[in-house]
Ligand binder design. Structure first.
Ligand code: NAP
Ligand code: ZN
Length: 386
């Protein structure tokens, strides 16, 4: 008999091995601590998303249970469902994407003080972090080495192998990762703020985009159109770079002062050496050097777009002009709340096409063709008929 058993003999006299004991305990607690939620999941990189049920944990003291009303479709959902980021973040199947969640609080755990049943709340890309590292202490949970993403991260509660996202009728999240959604914002159009909103707001703030700056936004998709709205609201002179001539009018309506068709080299050259900051929100391979050459001295270009393959950089473009090339991931919880409050004050939301969940595969195909104006928002009531 292993020593550990004898040591605890007065507490647990048993003839089963420690392993059997642990697995019995685990399966016992599974019955007590899970419920089933409806969801859409992908079972492989090539299979379409389809209806399923997934386990969600019952509330712990710190948890909030949310009935999901709307969930935006981010291009990251597609990259992840199709395992396009395999080398960096291999997908664990089945996967339930969705990290632009707006919903209504149904229940709260006994220690939850900040939310109550009926509140309209948001959940973005993060659902947990260690809370103690220097990044967390600075409110920059997006850099915490123990961050837990809304989908695809190991589930520390053991409810499932990995966390499952917002293409579902409900979710249970620690109160520290729940955001207040201003009541004047339409919930369907506010959902994309939880990723597309914060991912563009954060670098624009970080790089000091204000009145008097010339700012470029590359790619008028979900992220890009939010970038235009924020850069304009911060007072910058905004130039949109698009590959889609059909989006020219919209770019101006969304707040751009100028629009450049990026495949027209003459149009591009007119802006050489003139930008303080460029935000690149393109989801596919493209020539980054064309944009580096548009930066002024000390200008910066930040990638938020996360294409599958590496982008070659001609370093002389950086050296001449002391320009810099950076990246930026989502944003921390305090800044996400700041962004939502800013949106409440300035009445900013995403331009959305609301769809039932049954159209999610069609929506993915349209996203690959850059045919989204400018974010799909899934009406989760459509899951009821599944
Ligand atoms: P999206 O809605 O599909 O928009 C991407 C836009 O990129 C398209 O609308 C298109 O705009 C442009 N584009 C597409 N293919 C192109 C090509 N071959 N060459 C040039 N431009 C092209 O995607 P999204 O949801 O905004 O996401 C954009 C990227 O950001 C994705 O890679 C996503 O994974 C990533 N992302 C990163 C973070 C982060 O934390 N850094 C967070 C969220 C998403 P035009 O029609 O105007 O050319
Ligand atoms: Zn996203």
């Amino acid at each position: 008999m292993p020593k550990s058993k004898l040591e605890r003999g007065n507490v647990r006299v048993s003839t089963v091995s420690d392993e059997q004991y642990r697995s019995r305990e685990a399966s016992h607690s599974e019955h007590r601590t899970r419920y089933e939620a409806k969801a859409y999941s992908a079972s492989s990189a090539t299979s379409p998303l389809a209806g399923t049920t997934i386990p969600r944990r019952e509330l712990t003291d710190q948890d909030v249970q949310i009935e999901i009303l709307f969930c935006g479709i981010c291009h990251s959902d597609l990259h992840y469902a199709r395992d396009e980021w395999h080398d960096v973040m291999p997908t664990v199947y089945p996967c339930v994407p969705g990290h632009e969640i707006v919903g209504r609080v149904r229940n709260v755990g006994s220690a939850v003080t900040r939310f109550k049943a009926g509140d309209v709340v948001g959940v973005g890309c993060l659902v947990d972090s260690d809370g103690t590292c220097p990044n967390c202490e600075a409110g920059l949970e997006q850099f915490c080495p123990k961050q837990v993403l809304t989908y695809g991260s190991p589930d520390k509660h053991g409810t499932a192998p990995v966390t499952y996202g917002g293409y579902s009728d409900s979710i249970v999240v620690d109160q520290r990762f729940i955001l207040r959604v201003p009541s004047n914002l339409d919930p369907a159009a506010a959902a994309p703020l939880l990723c597309a909103g914060i991912t563009t707001y954060s670098p624009l703030r970080h790089w000091g985009v204000t009145k008097g700056k010339k700012v470029g936004i590359v790619g008028l998709g979900g992220l890009g159109h939010m970038g235009v709205k924020f850069a304009r609201a911060f007072g910058a002179h905004v130039v949109v770079f698009t590959t889609s001539p059909s989006k020219k009018e919209d770019a101006l309506r969304l707040g751009a002062h100028e629009v450049v068709l990026s495949r027209n080299i003459d149009e591009m050259k007119k802006h050489a050496g003139s930008f303080d900051f460029i935000l690149d929100a393109v989801a596919a391979e493209h020539d980054i050097n064309l944009y580096i050459n548009l930066l002024a001295r000390d200008g910066n270009i930040t990638m938020v777009g996360a294409p599958e393959k590496p982008l070659p950089v001609a370093v002389f473009g950086l050296i001449f002009g002391r320009r810099s090339f950076s990246g930026s991931p989502i944003g921390g919880i305090p800044e996400t709340q700041e962004m939502l409050d800013f949106c409440g004050e300035h009445n900013i939301t995403a331009d959305v096409e609301v769809i039932p969940i049954q159209k999610v595969n069609e929506a993915y195909e349209r996203m690959v063709k850059s045919d989204v104006k400018y974010r799909f928002s899934i009406d989760m009531a459509s899951l009821k008929s599944e």
